[in-house]
Design a protein around this ligand. Structure first.
Ligand code: NAD
Length: 341
């Protein structure tokens, strides 16, 4: 019997989790909780997704031609697993209800780590979610960094410095900026991303600096990784293999802008132009002695979606072998099928 899943919050992340659940035979989407009557609700309703709303919003949804299936708490009661995809900081308030209902829940990276028993990234700590009830998937940038570090093996790394060039907003968020400048994205070194990395892999020597730029299309990371041992280099193909396909290698002659990458995702028919993989540039990967420098692009809207599905296999005790989970979930998204060298 598929596990019954609810998605609480249907924005950038929630709608992608819902689409992934709809594709899987191991999970069943019982519905989504929607808080504002907008085009996303209308499209979901047209796709046959059951929509649950707050009591005071029923009439607003009806006036858009959407008949809600019920109230949000009805949805949560029906579910065996809840995805909280609410705006950052709201998940911890929603948790009170999940605890009351005794339902396991997966939170997103905009929440403080204390919302969950552990912070999570599949290639680093899959097995530690087994038996846990509340898990937090780390943010898009942290997921992108952790996939590289855990594919290299954190035990093989002495220290890391990462520069994060982050998109200003998602495509639909037209109230956010910067629109015409580059903004320092923290008040000190390191930025919060290095703290977030440590929530998953523990005490680790990493410094990060982040800058927000006027774009909606992906983040870019420049990583300097100092490896243990004076001749401990890896090549990019080995790193890709060790990530089990969660890293995709591209030559910048084919795509040297995030715009071109999104165009590739469009042309190959990826839903919502999504890249679920880290995009590493083969010609911007240099390893000499103990020093590795690499450049990668991260599609902020999509990168955490595979991890959100992976984690459900652990939290619901469906699978203990991380490699089987990776193969299964990669198959769902077409991860590992694309070669762009
Ligand atoms: P979003 O604003 O696109 O979507 C949030 C949705 O939650 C909205 O549709 C909103 O109406 C709804 N909502 C409002 N009140 C709610 C409530 N009380 N309970 C549940 N939902 C409610 O936000 P998002 O970008 O999807 O981000 C969701 C989470 O995912 C955040 O923690 C964020 O930090 C994290 N995240 C976002 C990205 C990204 O690039 N957008 C990437 C990784 C992680």
């Amino acid at each position: 019997m598929p596990v019954k899943v609810a998605v609480n919050g249907y924005g950038t992340i929630g709608k992608r989790i819902a689409s992934a659940v709809l594709k899987s035979s191991d999970f069943e989407l019982v519905g989504v909780a929607k808080y504002s009557p907008d085009y996303k609700a209308l499209i979901a309703a047209k796709q046959g997704i059951r929509i649950f709303v707050p009591r005071e919003k029923v009439e607003a949804f009806r006036s858009l031609g959407i008949e809600p299936e019920g109230y949000v708490d009805y949805l949560l009661e029906e579910a065996e697993l809840i995805y909280d995809a609410s705006p950052g900081g709201q998940g911890v308030k929603n948790k009170e209800l999940y605890v009351k209902l005794r339902k396991p829940a997966v939170f997103q990276g905009g929440e403080e780590p204390t919302v969950a028993e552990i912070s999570y990234s599949t290639l680093c700590n899959y097995t530690s979610v087994i038996g846990k009830k509340y898990i937090r998937i780390v943010s898009c940038n942290t997921t992108g960094i952790l996939r590289v570090l855990c594919s290299l093996g954190v035990q093989n790394i002495k220290r890391v410095f990462a520069t994060i060039i982050r998109r200003a907003s998602d495509p639909g968020e037209d109230a956010r900026g910067p629109v015409n400048s580059m903004k320092i994205d923290s008040t000190e070194i390191p930025s919060h991303h290095s703290v977030d990395v440590r929530t998953v892999i523990g005490n680790f020597d990493i410094e990060t600096v982040a800058i927000a730029v006027p774009s909606t299309l992906m983040h870019m990371h420049v990583l300097e990784v100092i490896l243990k041992g004076s001749d401990s280099c890896v090549d990019v193909e080995k790193l890709r293999e060790q990530s089990r396909g969660r890293i995709l290698v591209v030559h910048s002659h084919l795509a040297d802008t995030t715009g071109k990458l999104i165009e590739i995702a469009r042309d190959i028919g990826r839903p919502r132009n999504d890249f679920y993989e880290n995009i590493l540039f083969s010609n911007m990967f240099k390893c000499q002695g103990d020093r590795l420098i690499l450049l990668q692009a991260i599609h902020q809207e999509a990168i955490v979606i595979p991890e959100n599905i992976d984690v459900a296999y652990g939290i619901m005790n469906l699978e203990t072998d991380v490699y089987r989970v990776l193969d299964k979930v990669n198959g769902l998204f077409g991860i590992g099928e694309l070669r762009l060298l």
